[in-house]
Design a protein around this ligand. Sequence first.
Ligand SMILES: Cc1cc2nc3c(=O)[nH]c(=O)nc-3n(C[C@H](O)[C@H](O)[C@H](O)COP(=O)(O)O)c2cc1C
Length: 182
Amino acid sequence: MNSVSDQKTLYVVVCAAGPASEVGTLISLAQDQGWTVQVMATPAAVSFIDVKALEKQTGRPVRSQHRAPGDPRSPKADAIILAPATFNTINKLANGIADNYVLDVVNEAIGLGVPTVILPFVNTAYANRAPFKASVEKLRGEQALVLIDPEGFTPHDPGSGSNAKNKFPWTLSLKYATKVFK
Ligand SMILES: Cc1cc2nc3c(=O)[nH]c(=O)nc-3n(C[C@H](O)[C@H](O)[C@H](O)COP(=O)(O)O)c2cc1C
């Protein structure tokens, strides 16, 4: 049953971390709830995902680069989920760095007030770094929802990412994004 009232566009932004290869799971769940899904990938994430399969699943090109003049624009985002979100992208986003296409898009979207959910996938060594903690607070200060303990993803021990990726809470990110439009 659809949960999103009109056909709304959800940007699913994928970073280069273990669960990226399973992002199709999130897309299916989102489509079941009535979202039109536009996948965006950081340049580093492109080698983690099956671009062709995701384009088939969404009916839309996976975007990782600025478009060429004349290429069609992506539909405007009604909401954005970054999942999995890396240490790198979270820190850059929090500090307004826009050195790739998805960071351009998401930096602007946060400024526009587009509902943005960030579901990190980081180990405890990354998560305990002072710059990362500061980034999470900065993003929360700009109304981005960062789903990390106690509200979301629990960082795993270094070296245990392969096990942790099977427990990645995709549904949690969608629950929050969908709630905005119910
Ligand atoms: C196999 C592999 C697994 C990785 N897993 C993670 C991870 O779980 N979390 C993370 O923050 N970075 C992880 N990294 C490091 C990021 O890929 C790296 O910092 C990259 O620059 C992130 O780019 P992006 O943030 O633009 O996607 C991993 C790298 C590799 C090669």
